[in-house]
Design a protein around this ligand. Structure first.
Ligand code: HEC
Ligand code: HEC
Ligand code: HEC
Ligand code: HEC
Length: 413
């Protein structure tokens, strides 16, 4: 380069060459060869890294207004992996209509308590559905003494009858959550006797000399996402009728919020459980700059609000009362009975079975026989403090966060 003013290109070339040239201009000496390999190896690693990024990239989909940061992150590979779990078995052929003179179901059978609204032919296909969804290996004998089909001697049959009532109640009484999509036994069971995502209350932690850790800092707990948050976020919120999830103060004055940091930790543990069960982030439901505010939340948060109440009601009215029927090996080591929560239906997807409804093929599960309408839990009072009218009058900002959707009356069929 002597005798010529170095150009911009020279500068670039020099910078590139500098990594090849090393000790004062000796081109490509022994040490330099090593460096070339090092550069090539680094380049290869880079290519592999980009290949990994492309195949396993986390993608972001913007869902809220620009600037709100409401972006849903998901991994296409993880979604792909969930596909087989969300497949639906082929439906039975539709039942032939009853022939005139054919006996009704209660004339034909001795112990029909729920399915009185079916024809004899419809009962057969519902039983075939039960086998495919709950006991594909064992068949009818899983629930029946085949010498006497009317007998209730097997606990599985009695549980199945109650499950049937639960399924019909969900489809008729909880449309605020399940819409017209609804559920069948398959939604939870997927061919297993015991559905995945069932849960038991954890044993209470013993208070120790250094105080009560309130279930925190316990490693390896799936429900709270393996965080240091309390390890049983479900018992309080999903089995007691009036448990209040909300913790954020609605007024600016110190001492005006009756809840505590400790309670907020339980709320966060529950939220992590909900997000994990649906395979989503917090901002699927919230605008995370203002977690409490309903008017900035997505419509999915309202669906989730009903979901919380539905799950409570299912546990209180169905699963908890069924406990005495379950054999010991179905109970937890502490003797607690199995219960349902978000993951029992959702299993890591935003809508169970990706929102595909089985209603057209299985209308029997949407009939109303056995539907439990005496359900108190659904109309829970919203026990959140309303903004203080005195404060509003004083011209203080409106800290209202207490809006909750009014329960919508169930659809008539
Ligand atoms: C998951 C449990 C389960 C399985 C598996 C099952 N059933 Fe049932 N079955 C029930 C329940 C529960 C009832 C009672 C329904 C009611 O009370 O409305 C019932 C009732 C019946 C009845 C009426 C009996 C009477 O006289 O009252 C017949 C018949 C029947 N099932 C046949 C079958 C056949 C055939 C199979 C196998 C293809 C089968 N079931 C598999 C749970 C099951
Ligand atoms: C909302 C989810 C859900 C739905 C829907 C559901 N089940 Fe279940 N079922 C459960 C849970 C949870 C258990 C308890 C599992 C355990 O023992 O841990 C259970 C247990 C059972 C058992 C006892 C199995 C055993 O071996 O102990 C039978 C039988 C059963 N269900 C039948 C049915 C039938 C039939 C339907 C459809 C009419 C149905 N279930 C719908 C959640 C559900
Ligand atoms: C599937 C929807 C959904 C997801 C995902 C979700 N939340 Fe929530 N969140 C709700 C609902 C519904 C409520 C109100 C519950 C109630 O009032 O009973 C709530 C309440 C809260 C509250 C209390 C607000 C108040 O008024 O005090 C906080 C804090 C919160 N969520 C944080 C989070 C965090 C953090 C995440 C992610 C780890 C998250 N949420 C994920 C639906 C969701
Ligand atoms: C009995 C089964 C069942 C249980 C339990 C359940 N869900 Fe759902 N959920 C559904 C069904 C079915 C849909 C689809 C409704 C539709 O297609 O409109 C749904 C839809 C949703 C949606 C709307 C998703 C969207 O993209 O629109 C949210 C949010 C949700 N559930 C949250 C929850 C939470 C949180 C829980 C636990 C507190 C829960 N669910 C428990 C069955 C269930």
């Amino acid at each position: 380069m002597v005798g010529r003013r170095p150009s911009f290109e020279d500068g670039v070339r020099c910078r590139v060459l500098r990594c090849l040239h090393s000790n004062g201009g000796a081109v490509l000496g022994g040490g330099s060869m090593m460096r070339i390999f090092a550069v090539l190896a680094a380049g290869l690693a880079g290519v592999l890294f980009f290949a990994f990024m492309i195949t396993d990239s986390t993608q972001a989909v913007q869902r809220g207004h620009r600037g709100t940061g409401m972006a849903l992150m998901y991994k296409p590979a993880a979604l792909e992996a969930l596909k087989p779990l969300n497949a639906i078995p082929e439906a039975e052929d539709p039942a032939d209509p009853p022939i005139i003179g054919q006996p009704t179901i209660t004339e034909r059978y001795k112990n029909i308590q729920v399915l009185k609204d079916l024809s004899v032919n419809e009962l057969s296909r519902v039983m075939a559905g039960f086998v495919a969804w709950v006991a594909p290996e064992e068949g009818c004998v899983y629930c029946h003494n085949t010498q006497n089909m009317a007998s209730d001697e097997k606990y599985t049959k009695v549980v199945a009858r109650r499950m049937l009532q639960m399924t019909r109640t969900i489809n008729n009484e909880w449309t605020q959550h399940v819409g017209s999509t609804g559920v069948t036994c398959w939604t939870c069971h997927r061919g297993q006797h015991v559905p995945s995502g069932d849960w038991f209350s954890a044993a209470p932690q013993k208070a120790r000399m250094l105080g009560n850790r309130d279930g925190q800092d316990t490693a390896g707990v799936a429900t709270n996402g393996n965080t240091s948050l309390p390890y049983d976020p479900l018992t309080t919120y999903l089995t007691t009728p009036d448990a209040n999830v909300r913790v954020q103060g609605t007024r600016p004055l110190a001492g005006s919020n009756p809840t505590s940091v400790k309670k907020a930790e339980h709320t966060y543990a529950l939220m992590i459980y909900m997000a994990k069960s649906l395979g989503v982030n917090c901002d699927y439901c919230h605008n995370t700059r203002a977690l409490a505010r309903w008017e900035q939340s997505s419509p999915q948060r309202v669906t989730a609000w009903y979901g919380l109440r539905m799950v409570r009601s299912l546990n209180i009215n169905y699963l908890v009362p069924l406990k005495p029927l379950f054999p010991e090996y179905r109970l937890s080591p502490e003797g607690d009975g199995p219960k349902v929560a978000c993951a029992t239906c959702h299993k890591g997807t935003y809508k169970p079975l990706y929102g595909v409804s089985m209603k057209a093929d299985w209308p029997e599960f949407w009939r109303r026989g056995g539907v439990d309408t005496s359900n108190e839990v659904r109309t829970l009072p919203v026990n959140h403090p309303r903004p203080d009218p005195q404060l509003a009058k004083a011209g203080l900002p409106d800290w209202e966060t207490g809006y909750a959707p009014e329960p919508i009356p169930a659809e008539e069929d």
